[in-house]
Design a protein around this ligand. Structure first.
Ligand SMILES: Nc1ncnc2c1ncn2[C@@H]1O[C@H](COP(=O)(O)OP(=O)(O)OP(=O)(O)O)[C@@H](O)[C@H]1O
Length: 232
């Protein structure tokens, strides 16, 4: 059957294996599946390898063993064009939104940059930007500000809005609200849920906060001592 999911099959990650020794095993034989419109929550203590697992699922790092499948095709066997499509459809959103933007450029520039990258004709910039402002619930004036002139919550909204211009099918959310105040955290989580319901995006949500994981996830597990224990 044709699969639409993003799936990790028995993946392991070992850093530094070679002539000098067996290396450091971060996680072993992990399998998980993210389906369109659903959230898989990944929790676990600091340093257990959650971000590493997220990067491997997103194709930014190769697993030492095992395979990532995107819509049924293994990443390793993909042609260059297929892999390029995978890389644009599977995105990562990071914890600190200040890292997502060039501090020396106004937000409007950072948004237009993505549109240029996507080869959107200039006449279509205005409707795309308007759509982004509606999704993020931000006023147009934010576009004429520098990142340092916006709050963490506004920046994270814009980071998500800009990422949505790429029309992703899956987003790895790596502690997306950990750097924010509790009240702002809730706003971002609700925005993520709304966007998911509208666009059927699959999320891999990484968080050390069980309440966040429970609120957001359809199923979830904990990474501990290199193994994934499915909890709910
Ligand atoms: N490129 C690398 N080379 C060697 N070790 C690495 C590399 N990247 C990460 N690690 C190690 O892998 C382990 C897991 O790191 P990772 O950032 O994935 O954990 P985490 O669970 O996301 O932690 P946190 O919640 O603190 O962000 C850490 O011990 C880290 O030092």
């Amino acid at each position: 059957m044709f699969s639409m999911s993003l799936r990790a099959a028995s993946i392991s990650k070992i850093y530094g294996a070679g002539l000098l020794g067996p290396g450091k095993c971060i996680f072993r034989e992990i399998s998980l599946e993210i389906s369109p419109g659903k959230t898989f929550g990944l929790m676990g203590p600091s340093g257990e390898g959650k971000s590493t697992l997220g990067r491997v699922v997103a194709g930014l790092e190769k697993p030492t063993k095992g395979t990532i499948y995107y819509k049924g095709s293994p990443l390793t066997g993909m042609k260059k064009t297929e892999y390029t499509a995978f890389r644009s459809k599977v995105q990562i959103m990071f914890q600190d939104p200040t890292d997502a933007f060039n501090p020396g450029k106004k937000m409007g520039h950072s948004v237009s940059e993505v549109l240029a990258l996507l080869r959107v004709p200039k006449v279509k910039y205005a409707p795309k930007i308007e759509e982004l402002l509606i999704i993020t619930g931000l006023p147009e004036e934010v576009l004429s500000r520098y990142p340092s002139q916006l709050s963490g919550g506004q920046l994270q909204r814009l980071a998500l809005g800009r990422l949505l211009l790429l029309d992703p099918e899956y987003i790895i959310l790596d502690e997306p609200t950990s750097a924010l105040d509790v009240s702002v955290q809730a706003q971002i989580l609700h925005m993520l849920k709304k966007v998911q319901a509208e666009r059927k995006i699959g999320y891999l949500l990484i968080s050390h906060d069980e309440a966040v994981i429970r609120f957001m996830s359809d199923s979830y597990g904990e990474l501990e001592k290199g193994h994934l224990k499915i909890i709910g």
